[in-house]
Ligand binder design. Structure first.
Ligand code: GLY
Length: 379
């Protein structure tokens, strides 16, 4: 990869996309008040398609908190609080492994932006609830599928368990969060930096049995979104704990992403899926952009300036691509999402080549981070 300085046109381009994202979210809330979409069908959020599992209810409020933080518009704060309050009962939801997605996106921002102690208590409760999924036999937080199942996606949620443990001084909860990361690293991250979606364990002995998948091509393949969850999640776990093996793992996954993803930065849904035409997943690209931007800052701090530049440049490349008309829906009349060409679950036929709520959310997160970084560079 040849290293180049970001183009002066990048920041205004990202700002236009950020403005478009606000318009789309505003229109969504006007058209479908109090509705939490997951994926579009032919560009429309509201439909009777199944959800498989409910994990996306924090992303709408999360975008509103970012809009508020960036613009200072009190209307966004009012909406953000409203959409956050609607999910409050989920802080004790024992049926999903996604409480980080729900509460880190919303209540953690609420707390960070306002200092509201009740919001912080909600984040802590959600982290403690997620900690209840820990399996001593096997040493992992189990997925919603069942006790024997570990998902790579949980790396994006374990941060809220670390946080709850750190805030309350609960060493046992801290032990569980670390054990989950180590087990995930040992069983789902491969030697080449690719990741498996799911690991299956023997519940009696805790023995790791095999890698498998739900949303990727097959058990030994590399599902791109899982890889993006890993590179972002291990990086976040390092930032929360200072545990250097998590940073090494995040970089290992990031390097796989850089080696195997096409030059425009958007990966296939699964790197090993031989079917043609290739099905791309813009949501994996948006998540990877967030993770790479974070990692670029972290690796710079530990003295690896070249790697920092490479990661940052790939993140900017992804955002340059996603803000073009092929992905950004701004020139697609009637399309209700922000980012086109995301994938939820290919095998079940859910949200295939559509907008997906987490794709829109992580795109907004990445735009916000990149705009801040570019402002610092140009200051
Ligand atoms: N359930 C998380 C994902 O689809 O990536």
């Amino acid at each position: 990869m040849k290293l180049t300085a970001p183009s002066p046109t990048l920041a205004p381009r990202l700002q236009r996309a950020f403005d478009f994202a606000q318009q789309q979210v505003y229109t969504l809330t006007q058209n479908y008040p109090d509705f939490f979409p997951m994926y579009t069908i032919q560009g429309r959020w509201k439909h009777a398609g199944e959800t498989w599992t409910n994990w996306c209810e924090g992303f709408l409020g999360g975008m509103m908190w970012i809009f508020y933080a960036r613009t200072g518009a009190t209307t966004w704060r009012t909406q953000a609080e409203h959409y956050s309050r609607l999910i409050a009962p989920r802080q004790v939801d024992r049926d999903v492994h996604d409480l980080g997605f729900l509460f880190w996106s919303t209540y953690k921002r609420w707390y960070d932006l306002t200092g509201d102690a009740a919001a912080n208590r909600t984040v802590i409760t959600a982290g403690q609830t997620l900690g209840l999924r820990f399996k001593e036999q096997g040493q992992y937080l189990c997925s919603f599928v069942g006790a024997a199942s570990l998902f790579i996606d949980i790396m994006m949620n374990v941060g809220i368990v670390f946080y709850a443990a750190q805030q309350t001084g609960d060493d046992d909860l801290l032990r569980k969060a670390h054990a989950h990361c180590r087990t995930t690293r040992r069983t789902l991250v491969r030697g080449d930096g690719s990741t498996a979606h799911e690991g299956i364990f023997d519940l009696e002995t805790g023995e790791f049995l095999r890698q498998t998948t739900h949303q990727g091509w097959r058990g030994d393949s590399a599902w791109a979104r899982g890889l993006a969850w890993a590179l972002y999640g291990f990086g976040a776990a390092y930032q929360m704990t200072g545990e250097s093996t998590y940073l090494e793992t995040a970089c290992h996954c990031a390097d796989f992403y850089l080696r195997h993803t096409p030059d425009d930065g958007v990966p296939p849904n699964d790197y090993d899926d031989p079917r043609r035409p290739v099905l791309l997943d813009s949501s994996a690209a948006a998540i990877a952009a967030c993770g790479l931007l974070d990692l670029s800052v972290v690796v710079a701090l530990v003295g690896d300036a070249l790697r920092a530049q490479v990661y940052r440049q790939m993140a900017f490349t992804i955002l340059q691509t996603l803000t073009g008309p092929a992905y950004l829906a701004s020139e697609t009349p009637g399309w209700e999402g922000i980012l086109k060409h995301g994938v939820y679950h290919r095998l079940r036929g859910l949200g295939v080549d559509e907008s997906v709520m987490w794709g829109d959310y992580f795109f907004v997160v990445a735009l916000n981070r990149a705009l801040k970084l570019l402002a610092e560079v140009n200051a």
